[in-house]
Design a protein around this ligand. Structure first.
Ligand SMILES: Cc1cc2nc3c(=O)[nH]c(=O)nc-3n(C[C@H](O)[C@H](O)[C@H](O)COP(=O)(O)OP(=O)(O)OC[C@H]3O[C@@H](n4cnc5c(N)ncnc54)[C@H](O)[C@@H]3O)c2cc1C
Length: 460
């Protein structure tokens, strides 16, 4: 006990940020992460202010045999950025971000949010392809892959990652890029949470006009086959700056028209990141292809679009998901989705979503990084969000059942950031056997003691 108190006191002297323990008035607020299902009680939360604090926290944790959770934006679906009894290395005070408009590069600290990157890049007329909810952390999203509305045009976020600075399990500062520690850089792009605490990301930016065209069209779920056929044709004709998503769920509030309210629907969304004239031309086959019950397409600012669902996906809800990658949205697959999408439990929101891949994603070699499955046509997810713990079983049960029915349609690979189960079999399935074995080799080299294990863990 005395030795522990002395160790903590020594750590306090070295640590420049804030250490928050269970007796601290801020503790109950500081331990909260995005998914309310992850209600954990760490022994210590170390709010780091910079690289030296991260190094001190890793050393303190190792010397005192504390489990380490690393927290960027706190949005891990399984709640892997917190723990019971261990230490949380919390980067929420490390949100610095610098844009170099000439080089078209962003330097982003490990605790920054997507909205910061979106806003600062756009203030220079630039963009980095990231995810669709502004309060998500750049760190966790990028280390897993980074899917979003510009993925067909500019690839995943990892396809725009130039380098990282990370603190290794030994507390050493490492730089990883194509030219330096290239093996580590390969692993960081898709399995990044396994190898250290990334304190800084260097990301490539692209020119992007401030306004895009976005909207969706919808029909009752019985029309899924017609919608699917149209979407398949549409995708063969559109350029990479058109992103398409499909979803199955129950129409709730406006802007769904009254005749769809409360009914299971199929929705086709699209974002066109080119000019208004091009968007009108390119989106016409979709908008005029069927007699839609709703059509919400309009011009809007890219930043407004990126923030559009931030409130709907705010902190504090309970959330569960399963996902997979599929080659094609076949009639049989859509029919299964229509069945599962209409059979959702009460008391929450459940949906099946598809995001079109292809374009820039498919022009990067799959072997080029740990991320596996980029040749798939679509990412598919079953997502459930609710508030009452009494509804846990029904909502998790629905997502498992729906994805169980859809698994026969899936191809190799899975998006690590969606995977809630962290047993070896589930993690192998993310990367496939060959890449998993290569990742084990990297883990043995960079983290042989598995110090960073609160993640979809590669066992050394
Ligand atoms: C509301 C919501 C919307 C989402 N939207 C998208 C989307 O549009 N596109 C998409 O691709 N994904 C999306 N995701 C998934 C998201 O990418 C992952 O949940 C991601 O892990 C979140 O990153 P974070 O930094 O916020 O999470 P955290 O919970 O902080 O961390 C997630 C994982 O990364 C590790 N980690 C975090 N920071 C670091 C670091 N600096 N160094 C090393 N390891 C670190 C953690 O230990 C943990 O294992 C979404 C998730 C949510 C909850």
């Amino acid at each position: 006990m005395k030795a522990q108190a002395e160790a903590l006191s020594g750590f306090r002297d070295r640590f420049k940020g804030r250490l928050i323990g269970p007796d601290d008035p801020e503790y109950d607020q500081a331990r909260v992460v995005w998914n309310a299902m992850a209600d954990r009680r760490p022994a210590l939360i170390a709010r780091c202010t910079g690289v030296d604090d991260v190094i001190a926290a890793i050393r303190f944790a190792r010397d005192n045999e504390l489990r380490i959770a690393v927290r960027g934006g706190g949005h891990s679906v399984p709640g892997l950025s917190t723990c019971d009894g261990g230490i949380v290395i919390d980067l929420s005070r490390m949100r610095g971000l610098e844009i170099d408009p000439k080089q078209r590069v962003a330097h982003v600290q490990g605790g920054a949010h997507l909205s910061q990157l979106d806003q600062q890049a756009q203030s220079a007329g630039l963009v980095c392809p990231v995810g669709v909810i502004g309060h998500t952390g750049v760190a966790g999203l990028t280390l897993g892959g980074g899917m979003g509305r510009l993925q067909r045009k500019h690839g995943f976020t990892i396809d725009n990652l130039l380098s990282v600075d990370l603190i290794s399990a030994e507390g050493r500062q490492l730089h990883a890029s194509e030219d330096e520690n290239a093996d580590l850089f390969w692993g960081v792009r898709g399995a990044g949470a396994n190898f250290g605490v990334v304190t800084s990301f260097e990301l490539r930016l692209h020119p992007q006009e401030p306004t895009v065209t976005h909207g969706w069209v919808a029909l009752p779920i019985e029309k899924s086959a017609e919608v699917g056929a149209l979407v398949r044709d549409f995708l063969t004709t559109v350029p990479d700056h058109v992103f398409v998503n499909l979803s199955f769920g129950v129409a709730t509030d406006p802007p769904f028209p009254p005749e769809l309210a409360g009914q299971p629907v199929i929705v086709v969304g699209a974002v066109h990141s080119g000019t208004e004239k091009d968007a009108e031309r390119d989106l016409r086959p979709l908008r005029e292809g069927l007699g839609w019950s709703a059509d919400t397409f309009s011009r809007k600012s890219y930043l407004a679009l990126q923030a559009m669902n931030d409130d709907a996906m705010s902190w504090g809800h309970r959330f569960y998901m399963k996902s997979g990658l599929v080659g094609e949205v076949s009639d049989e697959l859509l029919s299964t989705c229509a069945t599962e999408g209409a059979d959702v439990p009460a008391g929450g929101e459940c949906s099946l979503s598809f995001w079109a891949m292809g374009g820039a994603i498919s022009r990067v070699a799959d072997e080029g990084s740990a991320f596996t499955g980029r040749t798939a046509g679509w990412w598919l997810s079953a997502e459930a969000m609710w508030d009452e713990p009494a509804h846990d079983a029904a909502h998790m049960g629905w997502a498992r059942r729906a994805m169980g029915a859809l698994t026969p349609f899936t191809t190799v690979g899975q998006y690590v950031n969606d995977v809630v189960e962290t047993d070896v079999g589930s993690v192998r399935a993310i990367y496939g056997n060959e890449k998993y074995d290569r990742l084990v080799g990297l883990k043995r080299k960079y983290d042989p003691d598995n110090v960073f294990r609160l993640n979809q863990n590669i066992r050394p």
